[in-house]
Write a protein that binds this ligand. Sequence first.
Ligand SMILES: [Zn+2]
Length: 205
Amino acid sequence: MFEHRCLNCGAKVNFGEFICDNCSMFIYEPSHTKSIYDIYHMGYYKDSLAILIKEFKYNKNLKIGKYLTDILCEYFRSIDIENHDYYVSYVPSNYFSIYNKGFIPAKIIADRFAKNFGLKVINLFKSKSYKRQASLSLNERHKNIQKKIKITTSIPKYLIIVDDVYTTGASMFECMNIIKKNVDFCLGLTLAKAHYGGDSFEEQV
Ligand SMILES: [Zn+2]
């Protein structure tokens, strides 16, 4: 019979599990970034969480996407935030990224997150960028993203913006920046924060 192994350390795991109990303890490591609005991160983009996110994003493993989103939901329940009828949206992927992956990981997270809380998903942002953010340096990322995200529909009063990995914060910042005059309250929520070399964008604002 096919043996299931932990994606991080190779230990045997039960059927349907991706990661052993020991490695799963390191997924949850919450942190918080101050940007235009508060952004909450479930863990750091390293070790088992990085391996699971890569498996979700690049091998389209939707079960792992659901598994991680359910942990994100548990984290969200623990955050003390204002109680509103939030809409849930996501940081958009650009054309090439969608073309290469065939799906939008952040939308998968937004859909499951909203379903778990009985909230509505809104496809609010669209990327006009034709360069892949991942291939660019910090300065290039900010230039690439500025004015490259547009609004596609009317902006709700209360909004949660989700993303998979928070790296420089450039895309999340731009999303928050274009809606700030119209929303009453907004917050960001990501699976992981990457340790990015160089100053974070938030610190420069
Ligand atoms: Zn393990």
